[in-house]
Design a binder for this molecule. Structure first.
Ligand code: PLP
Length: 388
C-alpha cells in the first residue's frame, strides 16, 4: 500500500521484461526455445580466476570491510592492464573508480555530474541503462541516431548546435550494443574535439572492449589524444572474462569525474568484496589466452550464424565487435512483429530493435551466446518460415 517515489516513476519501463514474459509462456508450453535474445555470456569464468577467488576467500583480511574506493592492488592492476593493452597511462590513485559492474557506473554518472533539466546525448539505438541513469538524475535526453550509412557512429554534423551547447554529458559505446559497430580513431578524435568545443563530458562504455572480429582489436577512447581531459571510460569484467555474475568493473579517466563517482559511492557502498577484487586483479594481470580463446569462439559462432542466414537468402551484415549481430528485418514486418513470429513459429528468441530506441526499428538483435549447433538449428528453423 506504499506509493513509490516520484523519482522512481521517472524510470523508463523495461521493454525487455515483456519479452521475458512472452518467452516464459512459450517455454511453459514445453517448446524447445533457442534464446538468442539475451546478453548473458554462456561460458564459465576461466578456471584460474575461479581458483584465485577460492584462494582469496581464505584470507581473513577480505572478511572485513574492504577499503572505501577499492583496494590499491586492484587499482594498480587496472592501471597496468590499460598500459599493457592500450598503452594508456592511468594514475591508480586519482584516475580509477571501482564499480559494481559497468551498469552501476553508467547509472551513477548522470547523478554525479548533472542537475535537474540538464541535457544528455544518448545513442539511439543504445543500451537502455543509459536512460535509467538520466531519469534518476532528472535530466533530459537528446538522441543521437546511429545509422547504417554512417557505420552506426553518430553523425555530429546532424546535431543542432544549440543542442550541443546545452549538452553536458554524452554516452558512447563501441564495440556497440546492439549494432556490433566499432569506433575508428578518427571518430574518437572528432568526439574529443566536439567535447572540448561544447564542454561535454564523454562517457565511453567499453563493455565489449575485448571482442573484435577479423583480427581487429577494438580501440579504447582513452587512446585518443586529449580524451582524459574530456571524459572517462567504463570497463567491466563481465564480458571479457565471463564474469557477469561477479559484479565487477571500473571507470578510468578524468580525475574530476572519477572523484565525483567515488564521492557518490562513499555514501552508498563500501566497496566490492576484497576477494573478488583479488581475483579480478589476477584476471587483468595474468595470461590473456582465455580472452583470445573467447574471441575465437565468438568468431566461429558469428561465421556460422551470418553465413547460415545468407545461405537462406537473408542479406545480413556481420558485426565488427561485441557478441551481437544486428539484422535488418524483412520489410513487411516491424521489429516486434518479426521477433514475435520467430518466437511463436520457430521458438527462436531475438530482441526487437525498437527496444533499444526508435532508430532500432527495422532490426533485431541476435546474441552469439549459444553453441554453433544451436545457431545452426536456429537458422534451419528460420529457413522453414516464410519470412521474405
Ligand atoms: N554496457 C553495455 C553496452 C552492456 O551491454 C552491458 C551488459 O549487458 C553493460 C554495460 C553492463 O555490464 P555489467 O553491469 O555486467 O558490467
Amino acid at each position: 500500500h506504499f506509493q513509490k517515489s516520484e523519482l522512481l516513476d521517472r524510470l523508463p519501463t523495461q521493454f525487455f521484461a515483456s519479452l521475458v514474459q512472452k518467452v516464459g509462456k512459450v517455454v511453459a508450453e514445453g517448446h524447445d526455445v533457442i534464446n538468442l535474445g539475451q546478453g548473458n555470456p554462456d561460458q564459465p569464468t576461466p578456471e584460474h580466476i575461479v581458483r584465485s577467488l577460492q584462494k582469496a576467500v581464505e584470507n581473513p583480511v577480505h572478511h572485513k570491510y574492504s577499503p572505501f574506493r577499492g583496494n590499491d592492488f586492484f587499482k594498480e592492476a587496472i592501471a597496468a592492464f590499460y598500459k599493457r593493452e592500450y598503452n594508456v597511462t592511468i594514475d591508480p590513485k586519482t584516475e580509477v573508480a571501482v564499480l559494481f559492474g559497468g551498469k552501476a557506473g553508467l547509472v551513477e554518472i548522470p547523478q554525479c555530474l548533472l542537475n535537474e533539466g540538464d541535457t544528455v546525448l544518448v545513442p539511439d539505438p543504445g543500451y537502455p541503462d543509459y536512460w535509467s541513469g538520466v531519469a534518476l538524475a532528472k535530466a533530459e535526453m537528446e538522441y543521437m541516431p546511429l545509422e547504417e550509412v554512417y557505420h552506426f557512429l553518430p553523425n555530429y554534423e546532424a546535431i543542432d548546435e544549440s543542442v550541443l551547447d546545452k549538452a553536458k554529458l554524452m554516452f558512447l559505446n563501441y564495440p556497440n550494443n546492439p549494432t556490433g559497430a566499432v569506433a575508428t580513431p578518427e571518430f574518437f578524435k572528432e568526439t574529443v574535439e566536439l567535447a572540448e568545443k561544447h564542454d561535454i563530458c564523454v562517457v565511453h562504455d567499453f563493455a565489449y572492449g575485448a571482442i573484435g572480429f577479423e583480427g581487429k582489436k577494438p580501440i579504447s577512447f582513452l587512446q585518443t589524444p586529449g580524451a582524459k581531459e574530456v571524459g572517462i571510460e567504463i570497463y567491466t569484467l563481465s564480458k571479457t572474462y565471463n564474469m557477469a555474475g561477479w559484479r565487477v568493473g571500473f571507470a578510468v579517466g578524468n580525475p574530476s569525474v572519477i572523484e565525483a563517482v567515488n564521492l557518490l559511492q562513499d555514501h552508498m557502498y563500501v566497496s566490492i568484496f576484497g576477494a573478488v577484487q583479488e581475483a579480478a586483479a589476477d584476471a587483468l594481470l595474468e595470461s590473456q589466452k582465455c580472452v583470445d580463446d573467447l574471441v575465437e569462439l565468438y568468431s566461429e559462432r558469428r561465421e556460422v550464424l551470418i553465413s547460415g542466414l545468407r545461405e537462406i537468402g537473408w542479406e545480413v551484415s556481420a558485426p565488427k565487435g561485441s557478441f551481437f549481430a544486428w539484422l535488418k528485418v524483412p520489410q513487411k514486418y516491424t521489429s516486434t512483429e518479426f521477433a514475435d513470429k520467430l518466437l511463436s513459429e520457430a521458438h527462436v528468441v531475438v530482441a526487437p530493435g525498437v527496444g533499444f530506441g526508435s532508430h532500432g526499428e527495422g532490426y533485431v538483435r541476435v546474441g552469439l551466446l549459444t553453441s554453433t549447433e544451436r545457431l545452426k538449428e536456429a537458422v534451419r528453423r528460420i529457413q522453414k518460415l516464410d519470412i521474405f
